[in-house]
Design a protein around this ligand. Sequence first.
Ligand SMILES: CC(C)=CCC/C(C)=C/CC/C(C)=C/COP(=O)(O)OP(=O)(O)O
Length: 301
Amino acid sequence: MGKRNKPPPIKTDVPTAAPDDGEVRGATRALLWPISALLHSIHTLLTTLLLSVIALGPMPTHIGFVMDGNRRYARSHGQRIARGHEKGSESLKRTLRICLRLNIPIVSVYAFAIDNFRRSPEEVDTLMRLATESLAEICREGGFLQQHSIRLRCIGRMELLKPDMQKALQEMEAATAGNKNGVLNVCGPYASRDEITTAVRDTLASNPSPKAITPEAVFGRLQSVSAAEDIAAGGGALDILIRTSDTKRLSDFMLWQADRGAQVHFVKTYWPDFGLTDLLPILLGWQQREWLRGERHEGWE
Ligand SMILES: CC(C)=CCC/C(C)=C/CC/C(C)=C/COP(=O)(O)OP(=O)(O)O
């Protein structure tokens, strides 16, 4: 029997070794990165366009936020409670930027209820620290309240805060006192019934006759209403009140201000996740109502 020749090796283009995970990841990234960057730019462009178009229509003068759900957000992500509040303060800055972009002149936020003093001392300290740090960041020279000429006002029982925090907040209020384009009311330690009771006392103190106690006189003395900016910009009543985290209560926040025609919205999103996607449909709905109102008025004239 003759010797069998070995078959020649088959030539193929298939690489002999499979690419490792790193190479696959690198190739995927090289392919997806430009697409992702393009989508990001398109998203930014569309958002800017959308905000500019919306800003052409009627805008609310005063929006209030009950920022609820920080702790549930933290629990649902397996994070510490403090992290939920940190994300909450980031969400506040994001939301304020949107309101500024839309030229909404007065924004009021429920930062700390008087009742919140019942929480653990550690949580109260975290909330106070975060509020002071976040507000200091936006009130400093070059911070966005200064850039956009927005005044900070602290509403509530300041005397219940630690002296160093009272001092820091007073300094921030003073630093922004000359700002004319709008107001950020940070409510805390706050309760609406407390604000109303104080306003009744102040009205009586200025005129002890029971006849002096009229709804107009007392409303005008509410701490969040009494500044000239509020009166010039619509009397301090809320146009829109938003509470996050699907809790359907007002929890003693601006009860009287909300009872003068405000649209009240309870949204499912936890406050740390709140953003444009939640705010836009609310603003568009408000604009629709304003357009309809305008039409009705035109019809009557
Ligand atoms: C002014 C400022 C910069 C504040 C920064 C921090 C911040 C957003 C405070 C809001 C405080 C608060 C009591 C939120 C409600 O969530 P929750 O703690 O009641 O959570 P839960 O509803 O899930 O229990």
